[in-house]
Design a protein around this ligand. Structure first.
Ligand SMILES: [Zn+2]
Length: 135
C-alpha cells in the first residue's frame, strides 16, 4: 500500500526515529518493512518482474509495518521475525566457517565472540517502555 506522507511520518517515529530491528537512527532513506512479508519475491518471479499483486494482500496494512533501515529491510527479506533472528544468531558461526580474516581476528583477540541472544530494538524499546509505566 502507498502510505500518505502523514502515515509515513508517523511510522518513522514508531520507535523514536530508529530502525525497529537494529536500532540505528534512520536517515533520509528508510524502508517501511512488512513485519510479516506480503510475498513480493514470488510475486516478482511469477510476473517477470512486473508488480501485479501480493501473495498476502491482507498483510499490507500499517499495523503490519515497522520502520527499518535499508540493510535490515533487505536482509530480513521474506523471513519471519523468528527465522531472521535465527539467521542473525548464526552470524558468528558463518563468519568462523567462511572468513579466514575473521578467524585470525578472533585468534589475535581483535574480535571477541559472545553468544548473546539477538534482541531486536523494538523488543528492547518495549521492555524499556514497560519499566517506565506506573504500576
Ligand atoms: Zn536496521
Amino acid at each position: 500500500m502507498a502510505l500518505t506522507k502523514k502515515q509515513r511520518a508517523t511510522l518513522r517515529e514508531k520507535f523514536g526515529g530508529r530502525c525497529a530491528y537494529c536500532g540505528c537512527e534512520l536517515g533520509e532513506k528508510w524502508h517501511a518493512d512488512h513485519i510479516e512479508h506480503i510475498g513480493r519475491t514470488d510475486w516478482f518471479a511469477r510476473n517477470g518482474g512486473k508488480p501485479q499483486g501480493h501473495d498476502y494482500p491482507e498483510r499490507d496494512t500499517l499495523e503490519n509495518m515497522n520502520p527499518a533501515c535499508p540493510p535490515c529491510n533487505i536482509d530480513k527479506h521474506t523471513f519471519s521475525l523468528e527465522g531472521w533472528r535465527q539467521v542473525i544468531q548464526r552470524s558468528n558461526d558463518v563468519l568462523l566457517r567462511d572468513v579466514s580474516t575473521f578467524r585470525r581476528a578472533v585468534r589475535y583477540g581483535l574480535v571477541t565472540l559472545n553468544s548473546a541472544p539477538v534482541i531486536f530494538y523494538f523488543e528492547r524499546a518495549a521492555a524499556h517502555q514497560a519499566t517506565k509505566e506506573p504500576r
